[in-house]
Design a protein around this ligand. Sequence first.
Ligand code: PMV
Length: 347
Amino acid sequence: KNFVGDKYSWSSPSNIALVKYWGKKKQQIPANPSISFTLDACKTTTTLTCSKKENNTDFSFEIFLDGEKKDDFKPKIQTFLERIEVYVPFLRDYHFVIDTKNTFPHSSGIASSASGMSALSLCLMSMEKALNPEISDEFFNQKASFLARLGSGSACRSIEGDLIVWGNHKEIPNSSDLFGVKYPFEVHENFKNYHDTILLVDKGEKQVSSTVGHNLMHNHPFAEQRFAQAHENLSKLVSIFKEGDLKSFIKIVESEALTLHGMMMTSMPYFILMKPNTLEIINKIWRFRQDTGLHICFTLDAGANVHILYPEKEAKEIYEFINNELVVYCQNGHYICDRIGFGAKKI
Ligand code: PMV
């Protein structure tokens, strides 16, 4: 098959971890298992166009974000292509144009690596499917997740939805360090259509890249306890999801977020990635929860922005609270209303 002139397009979402992946071994193997909600509105759409290549042996590609050439993304893509080359044999045979756009603003402080790397991996899998039409959907998704992991670990949780586990865990059958799998057990309807409103507290460049962050877990004094805790928290979530136990869910999710930041505060070198407004928001959420009994909680990525998670049946009141009391803490009043989603889509 000659791919010259072919185009492949996928739209792939971001995800938000409930049990966090923080720390990795060689080849993007996670130090502990993680679980995430796939998001819906925050996504990247990528079109991969194949054209004829000059006669040389290097990878040949260009990247555009919203129509603008982005040479500063090249090293990351170069590393990705080097890592996946053994699994995707045609990479050196074409010149690739990678055209990408995000639904969320580029400088929003929302990482586009999960949605971006998963979208690109899916485009490459569409090429593989064109070569081997007989491959099953299951293989397609699994290998897309496997490739995405080699681009950015958490990206392997963005192929499908709505709850994805990545990393070996004794109670989750088929769980793997190599790719994400759908959470296989019963989930109570309390967790259906869960909301994630993302408050953009700080839209600046990340102070600590996730590569640096993961490396901080090597020789970290609390690493082993932390990895064991992630296993335990994932075990606890199994009955929580089944029973619909929102109170226990909140405890685990908030503790995971603070532990992630705790790991950064206790590493060498150490970092504080929260901003004063992050803490203002957390305190307001706690007060509101105490006053109303509603099941609002927060989680954090490796940055200052706050993800507010809440169930569909309480969405109206909680959204009003966010809008009236928390938006003042967002940079330029910016926030994103998202919810749990069902994975990537071919375009
Ligand atoms: O996928 P990476 O290497 O950018 O790591 C992301 C890590 C966290 O977002 C902080 C946690 C997670 O599990 O998504």
